[in-house]
Ligand binder design. Sequence first.
Ligand SMILES: [Zn+2]
Length: 343
Amino acid sequence: MSFSAILGNTKTSHLFQAVFKADTIQVRAGTLLKCMSSHLSRYQTNYNGVMAKSLTLLTVHAHPDDESSKGAATVAKLRDHGIRSILVTCTGGEEGDINNPAMDRPDVKQNLSQIRREELDKAINIIGYEKLYLLGYRDSGMPGRPSNSRSDSFAQASLEEAGDKLIEIIRREKPQVMVTYHENQSGYPHPDHLKVHDVSVYAFHHSGDANYKPELGLPHQVSKLYYSAWSTNRAKAFHNKFVELGLNSPFSEERLNRAGNDEEITTRIDVRGYYRVRKDALLAHATQIDPASNFWFGLPDDLAEDLWPFEDYILVHSLAERIEPADRIEEDLFAGLLDDNRP
Ligand SMILES: [Zn+2]
């Protein structure tokens, strides 16, 4: 029985039909109406005019700090609109270099794993992730390092084993939207970034399959899968502003010429007002982020925020009813999942 059949054709019913569409829960009308009214009274937050409770985003990242450098402002904005976000971090970042001179100390090096775990907790509180899952693999390190071939590294993990861990999380948390990495990591070929892509795509395609390992939970199909995008146009805009202000640009020729995903970007989230959240989250990773870094913080905050007040994504799979016309940039990761009559 579909929710539209139970509830009739009201605005609210449309909404809940859409919200629960990805779930195959069967409930009787009375139960649902009761549950709806409690949702309506308890959760007064809304998302672009519609109720947001039950909407869930799941992001998959390689190691601590990736959740802050990619998509932090989007998650903070969603949180403010009542949408929960779940973070999956695959490794502990044990192979990370210490990039902040103030933290480059023997005691920090000895306890890097524990310190990075604490930094992650701090960052996710700032960003507003509701929950963190650690897949428990060891950081594979940059390409070519001996750590790549350690048996406990993420790079060496079997796709099925790591994929199943993620499927179990997906089936438990039931996200409608999932964000992961592009398969093309040629600009920054960290083995764990590549593995995040492979494992996420595997999980996306199997979690909704009722015949796939029922012991991992009831099947749940994620409705939309996105990749975080790397925009060369953004890098160029920043570089030009540094030059215009007579400041030293941290963007090398190589970086500016590095192929980005600009042509593929389908979705642009306006994160004006959330620059500071991202910055504070990055700074929480004190071993990884130098507060004096020109690359991260070389422009005044307000200028940097105005220059590129977006986080960019590529929609790669969608089961949503409404898909934006090809020539139009989508502005909402949950577009098409809510019958909100927006133009
Ligand atoms: Zn990373």
